[in-house]
Design a protein around this ligand. Structure first.
Ligand SMILES: *[C@@H]1O[C@H](CO)[C@@H](O)[C@H](O)[C@H]1NC(C)=O
Ligand SMILES: *[C@@H]1O[C@H](CO)[C@@H](O)[C@H](O)[C@H]1NC(C)=O
Ligand SMILES: *[C@@H]1O[C@H](CO)[C@@H](O)[C@H](O)[C@H]1NC(C)=O
Ligand SMILES: *[C@@H]1O[C@H](CO)[C@@H](O)[C@H](O)[C@H]1NC(C)=O
Ligand SMILES: *[C@@H]1O[C@H](CO)[C@@H](O)[C@H](O)[C@H]1NC(C)=O
Ligand SMILES: *[C@@H]1O[C@H](CO)[C@@H](O)[C@H](O)[C@H]1NC(C)=O
Ligand SMILES: *[C@@H]1O[C@H](CO)[C@@H](O)[C@H](O)[C@H]1NC(C)=O
Length: 383
């Protein structure tokens, strides 16, 4: 009759382990790590015209994670980074693929959220419409214009220009918002700078960081580029356990090999593409159609009233934007992209071509160096 004693011993050991790791028990000591909050925003989106497509008015839930800083830095106590992920991603992209309260996949190397919080910033990562735990409407309706309006509404709420939802009392009000995007998330920000739902959105952006992005795509295609051969299949088919109930218009990349070829290049841990692919999210057909209809024309410029410090960052071998080569010197596509931000001062425009790195720059060997360089720039800009 050893079983009950063995069981209780196991439970005791589990209790100790959970206490030591802090993973299960709620933290109680005054020195405890400040916790993040997961919550939903319920937002009413107006009808709009998205590059010729009539988007109806709708109400959506947008899932978000707010994290307080891990270190007090006086001049950042009211500064938040609003983080907008890329296609087939979700908000966990910013925190090493796990909730920021948990140990992620090599958090130290890959978590932008952890890095920013240790520098004294608050972070707020959202799941874009049709991704993660946000609403999944008819995938045809997930267009760039409603996504832009969602970001514009969040800017107002964070600056307390719009009333808070009563359940969000844990969320402070901010004096500065730094808009930070990756890939398709950067494109949503770029469209916001070109077509703000209201002129009053623009001054609410204190700084912009566009990562995994070039405003000017590569015009000299590289024979090594494989992105056009990427196979997109319904998420319900590729990952039936996670996406079985989704409309087949929500697609994802079919294989890890495909994923690695399109998004990784140069120096990276060869396990990482697999790790990310196996937790990847979906992209709605409407986003692809919005890109095809004009959101990706790259002819757009930010409005003249947009003057905030702006950083544009990509791996030198980025495929989706740079066709595998972001250029250098006179052909540096990231430096050349400045002309699309006419109101931004030269000395407040920062372009960073990350050496030996592909599109998914936050998960290459260079990732920490990139976080350091971008945050050094933010500090130089006064944030
Ligand atoms: C938003 O979430 C709430 C709570 O889960 C739910 O009751 C409501 O129906 C959702 N609204 C939409 C538009 O999905
Ligand atoms: C960061 O990456 C390096 C090199 O790949 C690895 O040796 C190290 O264990 C990682 N550190 C952490 C804390 O994950
Ligand atoms: C969505 O919610 C579930 C349940 O809380 C959680 O396990 C999952 O990590 C969340 N996904 C995202 C992208 O936040
Ligand atoms: C950020 O923007 C807000 C709203 O326009 C403004 O009041 C605030 O002074 C700005 N912060 C900085 C540091 O410029
Ligand atoms: C294509 O890839 C090969 C092998 O990685 C490389 O040697 C070559 O320079 C690449 N070609 C171009 C045009 O980038
Ligand atoms: C973008 O510019 C190109 C070249 O000038 C032009 O052919 C194209 O029609 C423009 N697209 C849009 C959507 O304005
Ligand atoms: C804010 O504090 C950081 C860290 O102490 C510093 O690097 C930065 O220059 C400061 N910014 C301003 C505007 O004082």
């Amino acid at each position: 009759m050893h079983t009950p004693r063995l069981l209780s011993r196991c439970l005791f050991v589990a209790f100790l382990l959970s206490f030591v790791s802090g993973a299960v028990l709620p933290a109680r000591s005054p020195a405890a790590r400040p916790e993040c909050h997961d919550f939903d925003w319920t937002l009413h989106i107006s009808a709009s015209n998205d590059f010729g497509f009539a988007v109806p008015a709708a109400t959506y839930n947008i899932s978000a994670t707010y994290c307080p800083p891990l270190k007090a830095v006086a001049n950042r106590s009211q500064t938040v980074q609003l983080l907008i992920h890329g296609a087939t991603g979700n908000k966990l992209y910013w925190s090493a693929l796990a909730s920021p309260d948990e140990q992620g996949y090599q958090t130290y190397n890959y978590s932008w959220t952890e890095f920013a919080r240790l520098e004294g910033y608050h972070t707020l990562a959202i799941d874009r419409l049709g991704c993660g735990n946000s609403s999944h409407p008819d995938p045809a309706l997930v267009r760039t214009t409603p996504e832009v309006e969602i970001v514009a509404q969040l800017l107002e709420i964070l600056h307390s220009k719009s009333p808070r939802q009563a359940s969000h009392s844990f969320l402070p009000s901010f004096s500065s918002v730094i808009l930070t995007g990756f890939s398709f998330g950067s494109l949503v920000i770029d469209v916001l700078l070109n077509k703000p739902p209201s002129p009053s959105s623009i001054p609410l952006i204190n700084a912009t960081i566009l990562t995994g992005y070039s405003h000017i795509p590569n015009s000299h295609p590289n024979p090594n580029v494989t992105i056009s051969t990427q196979q997109f299949l319904p998420g319900s088919q590729v990952f039936p356990v996670r996406f079985k109930s989704l409309d087949p218009g929500y697609k994802t990349i079919a294989t890890a090999t495909n994923y690695a070829h399109s998004f990784f290049a140069g120096a990276y841990d060869p396990i990482v593409p697999n790790v990310i692919w196996s937790s990847e999210d979906v992209q709605a057909s409407g986003e692809v159609n919005s890109l095809a209809a004009g959101a990706s024309s790259f002819n757009i410029s930010s409005v003249a009233t947009y003057r905030a410090p702006t950083a544009i960052v990509a791996g030198e071998f980025d495929e989706p934007l740079c066709g595998g080569n972001c250029g250098s010197g006179d052909t540096d596509l990231l430096a050349m992209s400045k002309r699309y931000y006419p109101g931004v001062e030269e000395e407040e425009y920062f372009s960073l071509r990350v050496p030996n790195t592909g599109h998914m720059l936050h998960y290459h060997e260079s990732a920490r160096g990139t976080m350091e360089a971008v945050h050094d720039w933010l500090a130089r800009m006064g944030f």
